[in-house]
Design a binder for this molecule. Structure first.
Ligand SMILES: Cc1cc2nc3c(=O)[nH]c(=O)nc-3n(C[C@H](O)[C@H](O)[C@H](O)COP(=O)(O)OP(=O)(O)OC[C@H]3O[C@@H](n4cnc5c(N)ncnc54)[C@H](O)[C@@H]3O)c2cc1C
Length: 399
């Protein structure tokens, strides 16, 4: 398998930014626990942060460009890379459900301009609805007289929540229909009734802002319902009749987005592996480099193999998604599950190889380990991925 010249060029360009701009700043922004606006702006200025860049990566007919770009950025540093790529979550939400007019109006506003870059947030999770997204309590009510939607509720864990220019909020329109009674809404910049909640202090990804968001009689124009009212009414009517048609579409959306998240985990794992490999060649104990011990060299061999396995699963699922193949065995979930678990395992091994140094903040692998852990939790926990795969391969509703 060989990458095309264009794919190699983009990969090397993104790698250069990761190596020369992101990496040198990684420790500082991890310690500051703040959104690295100057780096987002630099990414915007070179055309790496913005909807045109995303469209270019997405246009690659093999589907590999987006995971390659993500792997390189997260190889640089996961916290900063998430500050750059977090907006993509909201953009994907608009892309999945929006009309062409809604995409044209809102996607550019998610990014702002190179002189004044913005970020966007995708708010689904709630304090009582994490893995179980069918039980959202945030409600959206239609005020027909004013052609406005009124949203009330509380969102949890939103990447860029409260600091975003555009918030995409998933809310329940007909709670008794579960996930099928939900819809996604744009909350335009400066809308009254949306207030930032507490910013969370996290174990890892500390340069990425994660916060609660409160919606208190938050009114948005009718045109902010993604997909439009007519489509929603049709969908609700079908759901009320108990027809199953669109459930498949929601599952496919997850299978499409999960490989990109897996690619991020691969980037973190590769960074830790490369660091540990070099360290093992330099560090001398008992009169020889520690890599000359099979215990260390075999660990590195396994790390390399696991990373390559994870990447191949990510690339397979990305290629399947882009070329319209059916995810019969939940291959998208498989790729995210494997990559997330590999990232945790590899970064832990890297700390072991660095010994005491691996446990200190003087060396980057402990940060990589902290960053990696979230990949078995967000975008569907490892248990939920296994559930999805088990259901797909068995055709049985496993609980
Ligand atoms: C850094 C970070 C960023 C995030 N960004 C966003 C964001 O931008 N937007 C957003 O909407 N959300 C975001 N999230 C939320 C994230 O998606 C949820 O944390 C995740 O879905 C898990 O939900 P939960 O935390 O409520 O855990 P729970 O659902 O309470 O799960 C707790 C444990 O129970 C297990 N479990 C639950 N149900 C089952 C089951 N049926 N079978 C077996 N095991 C089960 C889980 O696997 C897990 O181990 C973010 C989270 C973090 C940590």
């Amino acid at each position: 398998m060989e990458l095309s010249e264009e794919q190699r060029e983009i990969r090397d360009w993104v790698h250069g930014f990761a190596e020369n701009v992101i990496r040198p700043a990684a420790h500082e922004w991890d310690e500051r626990e703040e959104t690295p606006w100057p780096i987002i702006q630099e990414a915007a200025k070179i055309g790496l942060y913005g909807f045109e860049a995303l469209a270019q990566f997405y246009a690659d007919p093999t589907g590999l460009m987006l995971p390659i770009v993500n792997e390189e950025l997260f190889w640089g540093d996961a916290g900063i890379a998430m500050a750059i790529m977090g907006t993509t979550l909201a953009v994907a939400g608009i892309y999945a459900s929006g009309t062409p007019e809604q995409m044209a109006e809102w996607i550019p506003q998610c990014y702002g301009t190179p002189d004044d870059p913005k970020v966007a947030a995708f708010c689904v999770s709630e304090p009582d609805a994490g893995s179980d997204v069918s039980s959202l309590r945030t409600r959206a009510r239609y005020d027909e007289a004013k052609d406005e939607w009124v949203l009330n509720g509380q969102k949890a864990w939103a990447t860029n929540g409260g600091i975003a220019n555009v918030h995409v909020v998933v809310a329940s329109v007909e709670p008794e229909l579960g996930a099928r009674g939900q819809a996604a809404f744009i909350i335009p910049p400066g809308t009254k009734g949306l207030t930032p909640g507490q910013k969370l202090k996290k174990h890892g990804l500390r340069a990425s802002h994660t916060a609660e968001v409160f919606l208190d009689d938050c009114r948005v124009p009718g045109r902010c319902l993604l997909g439009g009212k007519e489509k929603l009414d049709e969908r609700l009517a079908r759901a009320r009749e108990g027809k199953r048609a669109k459930q498949h579409a929601a599952m496919r959306t997850f299978e499409l987005s999960r490989p990109t998240v897996g690619a991020q985990a691969v980037g973190i794992a590769r960074a830790a592996y490369e660091y540990a490999l070099e360290y093992a060649k330099q560090r001398v104990q008992f009169g020889r480099p520690i890599i000359e011990n099979q215990a260390i060299a075999f660990m590195l061999a396994d790390m390399k193999m696991e990373i390559d396995c994870a990447r191949l699963l990510v690339w397979r699922a990305s290629w399947m998604g882009r070329t319209g193949k059916e995810f019969q065995n939940a291959e998208g979930s498989m790729s995210k599950l494997k990559a997330g678990e590999v990232a945790v395992w590899v970064t832990e091994r890297a700390m072991q190889i660095l010994g005491g140094n691996g446990y200190t903040r003087e060396y980057p692998v402990e940060r990589m380990h902290r960053d990696a852990k979230v990949y078995t939790i967000f975008e569907g926990t490892s248990e939920i991925q296994r559930l999805v795969i088990a259901r797909a391969i068995s055709g049985t509703y496993i609980r």
